[in-house]
Write a protein that binds this ligand. Structure first.
Ligand code: SAM
Length: 291
């Protein structure tokens, strides 16, 4: 193992007091960090994009696992600590200062890459929907390993009929496999957030032919915008949707949460190429920060 000072020393030496505004809750337990870095599988010489390395705890675990890491961090205070880490792993760590929401990750990486991140909830969810929402499939990234609030992680892996089942589950499951990889107790973080966390691991599967991601997105937006209503009501504003239900033999008195991911995909396939772009959209639910 490469000689590195304990993370607490790194934080103290560089004055990295956790910023609430940046959603900073650091992981310092190196055994836990090694277990997280193992979730994407063998990383030997693989390209990894880490978003939000902070003082570099997860970064050092990824480097020790043999990865070539590109890390995007928007807190300038962390850069000297990350530069020191780069010296211990010459040529294997590239640090990019900036806001991950504003960068083109494929362009930055230039090759297939795994994504690993422990981020504040609002940033993590926005990046997650962006990574999963593109029309190009399979994407250039090979897997997503992301820390979320446990409640959000449950929404990602939720099954039909359950309370957390909704747009996030469909987005994560219609052409990917999404698993709950690890629960992480709030006490593992410094400072501890108010809620528990969990890591989800997502790998792309084959995309069902003839379905547009945008059409599916608009369909689920309408369906779950009024999740307690029957489909014949919630999908009224979606051109062709009621006809599609009829031709697929899906009972229009059902509610959105009872439909399987496959049923949503079948409806979206019927609608792809129709005039769905005229549907009015419902704004997504408020997304509070981690704490
Ligand atoms: N990865 C470290 C760990 O596990 O201990 C730090 C995790 S901390 C929860 C989140 C990190 O993401 C912070 O270092 C913060 O500065 C950074 N961050 C927050 N928003 C960001 C954004 N939009 N782009 C890049 N980094 C961001």
């Amino acid at each position: 193992m490469n000689p590195l000072p304990p993370l607490r020393e790194v934080i103290a030496a560089h004055g990295l007091s956790a910023s609430k505004a940046l959603g900073q809750n650091f992981l310092l337990d190196e055994q836990l960090l090694a277990r997280i870095a193992a979730i994407p599988g063998d990383l030997q010489d693989r390209a990894v994009l880490e978003v939000g390395p902070g003082p570099g705890g997860l970064t050092r675990a990824l480097l020790r696992a043999g990865a070539r890491v590109t890390a995007i961090e928007m807190d300038r205070r962390c850069l000297p600590a990350l530069a020191e880490l780069g010296e211990v792993f010459p040529g294997r760590l590239r640090v990019v200062e900036g806001d991950a929401l504003k960068l083109d990750h494929d362009e930055l990486m230039g090759e297939p890459y795994a994504i690993v991140a422990n981020l504040p909830y609002n940033v993590g969810t926005a990046l997650f929907t962006g990574w999963l929402g593109g029309e190009q499939w399979p994407p250039t990234w090979t897997s997503l390993t992301l820390m979320f609030q446990q409640e959000v992680a449950q929404r990602v892996v939720a099954a039909p009929g359950s309370d957390p089942y909704g747009r996030l589950a469909i987005l994560a499951q219609w052409r990917s496999t999404a698993k709950l990889a690890m629960k992480v107790h709030r006490s593992a973080f410094t400072p501890p957030p108010k809620v528990m966390s969990a890591i989800v691991h997502v790998t792309p599967a084959e995309a069902p032919p003839g379905v547009s991601a945008r059409v599916l997105e608009k369909l689920t937006e309408a369906a779950f915008g009024q999740r307690r209503k029957m489909l014949r009501q919630s999908l009224k504003g979606v051109p062709g949707a009621l006809r599609a239900l009829d031709s697929l033999g899906i009972d229009a008195t059902r509610r959105a949460e009872t439909l399987s991911v496959l049923e949503f995909v079948s409806i979206a396939r019927e609608l792809t190429g129709s005039q769905l772009s005229r549907v009015s959209t419902v704004p997504p639910r408020d997304q509070p920060g981690r704490a």
